[in-house]
Design a protein around this ligand. Structure first.
Ligand code: AMP
Ligand code: GLY
Length: 424
């Protein structure tokens, strides 16, 4: 098979690494990819939202399957674009259609879906510019802190946790009346604050049956000890000790099955990944959010724990026979440490020459924001590299990934040295 991956981050690097190992994969292309993905396939200079360009490439290169990494092309309807095109309609896309992608693309849609199908989630209400006054009053009736969420995609910045009523009322006003996040905050979900530990759960589905992929914990804050600003993710670990068989059974019964069955009942087809962001509150799972894609940097750890042929699983999604496929998961621990650019998640340094990756033997260096200047690999993004290792036990995995990250150098580089150590 010839496979095209859309995306350019650490997640897509991990997909490419895994897919390239499959005997079923003949030619692998990554659009646009990064400096590291050329180890696994051929980069294609196309934007993930350039649907016409993608069409030309797919038809010209005999692509048999398209795997979509990020949410943006899904929310913009790349899968629908294929289905509605005479020449593309039989080429499978792994990643949901636009309607289902609203599980991520609209917080209000996802909350309504959860409410309708009795999936445990924080109490909420949605407001618009026209109902701002009601929203301001609603804020006085709930507890603190309170969570405000811009309805649409806001580059990961649309969620605000407010600790005082004044702050919450001001933010709500800015979001609704002053379009703080543009169109994304034309609707705002006000939600009860949940306490506990977060967990990322990943489900692969063909719309009929599902497989639960390895779970992971993600570290979102820039600073050690979970301090400072939110980032795209600074590291991940899989498995997660508290997500034992009993807990995961609860997650399956209370969240995963109602989600898959809810999609079916609502007549919403779904082929792809569902990333369920959970809060574990005193042993009970509460859904914080759905994403219509895999997580980054969770995918880097998750892919390393999948022992089965990933292309076979992707084919199961495409051909709606996932229930006949085998998913074998390694009992070992995978750990990922993300190396970021100086300044990230604010304004950050770019075009810094990266050295030392040749010294890494026990981990895989997944590239994220990298490119080449002809002679050197240089940093181009905020998240630059993801160092992922797989070891017999958690302590060794955490130590190895951290030690390997410190063998790499570029001007201004930074990574957290505490990824996963809270789990030991
Ligand atoms: P989201 O964009 O929905 O993933 O939210 C970003 C982050 O905000 C989450 O990963 C949580 O850390 C936090 N968060 C969102 N909703 C809640 C909630 N209801 N209670 C506590 N924390 C939340
Ligand atoms: N690591 C969180 C995300 O991919 O959204």
């Amino acid at each position: 098979m010839n496979i095209l991956i859309l995306g350019s981050g650490g997640r897509e690097s991990a997909f490419a690494w895994k897919i390239a190992q499959s005997p079923k994969c003949q030619n692998l292309f990554i659009a646009p990819g990064n400096a590291g993905t050329t180890q696994y396939g051929t980069n294609v200079n196309l934007k993930v939202t350039d649907f016409e360009g993608i069409k030309t490439f797919v038809l010209g290169n005999g692509i048999n399957l398209v795997l979509v990494g990020p949410e943006e092309p899904l929310v913009k309807g790349v899968h629908d674009f294929f289905l509605n095109d005479e020449q593309l309609k039989n080429i499978p896309v792994v990643g949901p259609q636009q309607e289902a992608a609203q599980l991520e693309g609209s917080k209000d849609f996802s909350k309504q879906f959860m409410e309708k199908h009795n999936i445990p989630t924080a109490a909420y209400k949605t407001f618009t510019k026209d109902t701002l006054q009601e929203g301001l009053t609603y804020l006085t009736t709930g507890g603190l802190p309170v969570v405000l969420k811009a309805d649409g995609l806001a580059a990961g910045k649309g969620v605000l946790i407010c600790t005082t009523l004044e702050e919450a009322q001001q933010e709500l006003t800015e979001m609704l009346a002053e379009a703080k996040f543009g169109e994304a905050s034309s609707r705002v979900v006000i939600e009860q604050f949940l306490t506990g530990i977060e967990l990322s759960v990943f489900v692969m589905t063909d719309g009929n049956s599902y497989k639960i992929l390895p779970e992971a914990k993600d570290y979102k804050r820039i600073g050690e000890g979970d301090t400072g600003l939110n980032t795209g993710g600074m590291g991940s670990v899989s498995p997660v000790p508290f997500a034992d068989a009993i807990y995961m059974k609860k997650v399956e019964e209370k969240v995963i099955i109602p989600t898959i069955e809810g999609l079916k009942k609502d007549g919403i087809p779904y082929k792809g990944f569902i990333f369920i962001g959970l809060m574990n509150s005193e042993g009970e799972p509460w859904v914080i959010e759905y994403n219509c894609r895999m997580g980054d940097p969770e995918t880097e750890s998750v892919m390393r724990r999948i022992d089965s042929d990933f292309v076979d699983l992707l084919q199961g999604v495409a051909e709606v026979n996932l229930d006949q496929k085998e998913l074998v998961i390694s009992p070992k621990t995978a750990a990922t440490v993300v190396m970021v650019a100086g300044g990230y998640p604010g304004e950050y340094l770019k075009n810094k020459v990266i050295t030392g990756t040749e010294n890494i033997h026990e981990s895989i260096v997944f590239h994220a924001g990298t490119s080449t200047d002809g002679d050197n690999v240089i940093s181009t993004g905020g998240r630059v590299l993801a160092i992922t290792t797989l070891q017999d036990n958690m302590f060794n995995a955490l130590q190895q990934a951290t030690a390997d990250a410190s063998r790499i150098y570029y001007d201004g580089m930074y990574f957290r040295r505490d990824i996963g150590f809270d789990l030991l």
